[in-house]
Design a protein around this ligand. Structure first.
Ligand SMILES: O=C(O)CCC(=O)C(=O)O
Ligand SMILES: [Fe+2]
Length: 874
């Protein structure tokens, strides 16, 4: 038998393991490193097991039992490490440190600002230590950093300015300058803190912390000390609130990130976010805090009716609750351009408050730093209440280009030619950004005029500042003169309409999902137009209904997936589109060509036996674009001899997968799962299964694991799930990434069976395109009966044996059945796959996890951790 390379088909040239040689680390090496760690643990475990065995042999019965038990106990702590999927590259750690420094600085300045304000408002009052607690803010920014740090890597957004390697070096320098900056500020903080400390005696004001909220509470009268007197008097004053940064001049201009999100339009590939720039470090925490305070103060004034004209605009939700609030400053812009350049502010209705100094200063800074070419003349402050989201929209042409949005709180933004949604406010587009407070987006080009953008629902309030240089009507390019003609149809200033869909047959457009690459949310330019949420607001006061209030009803309870913010999940083990964990685990999951198979492509000869060689690209028998047509499904394809390779197992450890392609779009093979994985899954099933989808069938689904507070038990599924997905993608020649629609451990007890059926035979199962069933135990050993039959083609019957996998299309070309179980219990890992992103199990799981993590009232799981892989080696 031919010796195969050690199960490492995925190790790339780049992969260098940490060694004394000091090889450079690349992001891609993380998988390798984790794998290396696992192997080290496995080796250590094996040695420990041998030693324990040896002790038992040489000692009196029970003599070493206490020691051995101690070792075993200790070893249990390793489990999470061995099964860990959640690891962080150095750049993320550095980034987190920066964020921590930033937060600390922000918090101190923020506290100081509050103390000073309180002092100003209630001179003579004494405060207690509540002033020093800023839980909500701290929490917010913790999320921000987590989410934002994952945004670059998880979302895999192409950073055209440098990418990860650049970060490695750049981050250190940035961190240094950040630290230096915070050290420089130390003096100021000390002064502020001494003010705070001096007031911290015999406290009497337990409600002081409320001011730290960005929400309505924060703008209670008591928290808005500057808001006195009418009109512009209560806008921040010159010199008082101006944000200046003395270091700015010495610094080089900031370098923004730019992005690529490819969509196909008119048979051309288009970077729909061309012209989008993200600046992440223009503002420090104290500046953002001050801006936030100012925004809340302005809102409070607006609520009190202290502004003229249409400066403050509020629209109510259809039913109840908070409405949209917006403050327009400077040249009126939200309700359309003026007739001529000088008209702003002259008509009674169009009167606005002037842009306060604090914001004017920022506008100046934008020009100075070349973030904006000219000074913005309009500023809109948008307040999104908790749970609210915007419609996908284009900013109207009269906003001028570029325009920019400064996020005073964290926010999720989705971009795409068409933006899809599974649930109101849960958007998908070709680019999703998780923005931290202080992020600035500058938009022009296609990112402003071609791709729409939408603010997803978050369970947090959001405050955004939009700066524009408005164009008067006569120069406003309503006629698309400024916009390339081929883009014109998409420029729909009214945000409630959806971009024109490419004119293609539905089956074609459906396959326009993003190319198979990981990290970027699949392109949605070809999604069917999403249902427009019914709650979107009608135009009010001439303001476009960009904004959609969150449903007044409470979130849909588990188990239905709900659109919850990935931003708050804190769950990084299952990112939205993780890189496939192609870990070169010893013996598990790397499908190598079977011995002797070489790299031969599948036979074109009808009826010929073919062994699928997955290490070489093969001519797809099942091209994605045709995948809905039965005629293209390898119809005259290859077949294996009956009973041929089905249960053949590799003898050598390195060889851990044989697959035999069979006519009619079936593949039978052996995953050669090592016992540990199977035992782990078995363990989980025994601990967590519940009633299944047929009589005498029990199942453990991943959502059930979350619901029962055992999300950590999902981890062992991840590698095998990814491998099976890749296997299916490869076998069926998918040019685009498939989505896993369902993952479940299914046990079939005595008496269970299923008659002839296809797996998509219900209207609600139509999304299922492919199935993979991996047998976790064996006929004749753990159970009797339970044979699997295909109605047509070879092989007609499969005898389930542990590690065998059968893959087939879920449609009527592969009608199949399972015989009644006569004895014992038959266990499978069953997966269905779909091309339809809206049935992506991962997205639903992340949603559930977010919900689960947010409502953390449940008791911790009482289920034990499964034993690690290696504990089973004995
Ligand atoms: O477990 C099997 O072998 C197949 C199960 C099956 O056909 C199904 O669940 O639809
Ligand atoms: Fe089935």
């Amino acid at each position: 038998m031919m010796a195969m390379p050690t199960g490492n088909a995925v190790i790339t040239d780049k992969m260098q393991f940490p060694s004394t040689g000091g090889g450079q680390w690349y992001q891609d090496e993380r998988d390798g490193f984790i794998s290396w760690l696992r192997e080290e643990f496995a080796a250590a475990n094996a040695i420990i097991d041998s030693l324990c065995h040896h002790l038992r042999c040489i000692g009196e019965p029970g003599e070493y039992e206490v020691v051995i038990n101690c070792i075993q106990q200790r070893r249990c702590n390793w489990s999470p490490v061995i099964i860990m999927q959640n690891y962080f590259p150095i750049v993320e750690v550095v980034y987190s440190l920066q964020q921590a420094a930033w937060r600390r600085q922000q918090q101190r300045v923020f506290e100081a600002v509050h103390v000073v304000e309180k002092d100003f408002r209630k001179s003579g009052s004494r405060y207690n230590r509540h002033l020093h607690k800023v839980p909500s803010l701290r929490e917010n920014h913790n999320h921000t950093s987590e989410v934002n740090s994952s945004a670059a890597s998880i979302n895999g957004v192409a950073n055209m300015e440098g990418g990860e390697e650049k970060l490695d070096k750049g981050e250190e320098a940035k961190q240094r300058s950040e630290v230096e900056k915070s050290e420089e500020n130390e003096g100021a903080r000390t002064v502020s803190n001494s003010v705070a400390e001096s007031t911290v005696t015999n406290g009497e004001n337990p409600s002081a912390t409320e001011c730290n909220d960005i929400g309505p509470e924060a703008v209670k009268e008591g928290c808005a000390p500057h808001l006195k007197g009418p009109s512009k008097n209560h806008l921040p004053k010159d010199g008082v609130d101006a944000i200046t940064n003395p270091d700015e001049k010495q610094k080089p201009n900031p370098v923004p990130k730019s992005f690529i999100a490819i969509e196909t339009f008119d048979q051309k590939t288009v970077n729909v976010v061309e012209g989008l720039k993200l600046y992440e470090e223009l503002f420090d925490g104290s500046e953002i805090s001050r801006l936030l305070l100012m925004a809340n103060e302005l809102r409070a004034s607006g609520r009190r009716g202290e502004f003229k004209g249409q400066t403050y605009v509020v629209s109510k939700r259809p039913m109840k609750g908070h409405g949209r609030e917006m403050i327009q400053l400077g040249v009126p812009i939200a309700d359309g351009p003026s007739e001529d350049e000088n008209a702003a502010g002259t008509s009674k209705d169009r009167k606005m408050e002037a842009i306060p100094t604090l914001l004017q200063d920022i506008i100046d800074r934008f020009v100075r730093l070349e973030v904006m070419p000219t000074k913005a003349e309009s500023c809109i402050i948008d307040f999104f209440n908790e749970g609210d989201h915007s419609q996908p929209h284009l900013c109207p042409p009269w906003y001028g280009r570029p325009f920019c949005i400064l996020f005073l709180t964290e926010c999720d933004v989705v971009f795409g030619r068409a933006v899809g949604t599974d649930h109101p406010g849960d958007y998908r587009g070709s680019l999703k950004l998780f923005l931290a407070a202080g992020s600035l987006l500058v938009m022009e080009g296609k990112s402003a005029d071609f791709a729409k953008h939408a603010f997803s629902s978050l369970r947090k309030q959001r405050v955004l500042l939009t700066f524009t240089k408005s164009l008067p009507k006569k120069s406003s390019p309503n006629d698309s003169s400024r916009i390339p003609p081929y883009l014109a149809p998409a420029v729909t200033p009214h945000p409630s309409t959806w971009g024109t869909q490419p004119t293609r047959p539905p089956s074609f457009t459906r396959h326009q999902a993003s190319p198979k690459h990981f990290g970027v949310v699949p392109a949605t330019g070809v999604l069917q137009a999403p249902a427009i949420p019914s709650q979107h607001l009608p135009s009010l006061n001439g303001i476009q209904p960009l904004f959609v209030a969150a449903p007044v009803t409470t979130a849909v309870p588990f188990p239905l997936p709900v659109p919850l913010p990935p931003a708050s999940s804190g769950w990084q083990a299952v990112p939205p589109r993780p890189s496939p964990p192609q870990l070169p685990l010893p013996g598990t999951g790397v499908f190598l060509p079977p011995p002797g198979s070489g790299h031969s492509p599948p036979s074109e000869q009808p009826g010929a036996a073919t062994v699928v060689d997955i290490s070489a690209p093969m001519e797809s028998p099942y091209k994605m674009e045709n995948s809905y047509g039965a005629e293209n499904l390898n119809s005259g394809g290859s077949a294996s001899p009956k009973g041929g390779k089905i249960n053949e197992k590799c003898q050598e450890q390195e060889c851990n997968g044989t697959f035999t392609s069979i006519d009619g779009g079936k593949l039978v093979g052996n995953e050669e799962q090592q016992a540990p994985t199977i035992q782990e899954l078995e363990f989980i099933h025994k601990s967590c299964s519940s009633i299944g989808y047929r009589p005498r069938v029990f199942s453990t689904t991943l959502s059930h694991l979350i619901a029962t507070n055992c999300p950590h038990l999902i981890l062992p599924f991840i590698p095998i799930r990814e491998r099976l997905k890749e296997k299916v993608e490869e076998f069926f020649g998918c040019e685009y990434e498939l989505f896993i629609e369902f993952t479940g451990l299914i046990s079939w007890c005595k008496g269970a069976n299923i008659g002839w059926h296809s797996d998509d035979n219900r209207p609600y199962l139509k999304q299922r395109n492919f199935a993979a069933v991996c047998y976790l135990n064996s006929h004749g050993l753990e159970f009797e009966g339970g044979m699997f039959h295909f109605q047509d083609g070879d092989p007609a019957t499969i005898v389930p044996m542990a590690g065998d996998v059968v893959i087939y299309t879920a449609d009527s070309r592969n009608v199949h059945s399972v015989d009644e179980i006569i004895n014992g219990e038959r266990l499978t890992l069953t997966l269905w796959f779909t091309l339809d992103h809206s049935h992506d199990e991962d997205a639903k799981l992340i949603s559930l996890l977010s919900q689960n993590l947010m409502g953390r009232e449940k008791p911790d799981s009482y289920l034990p951790l499964p034993a690690s892989n290696n504990i089973f080696i004995v």
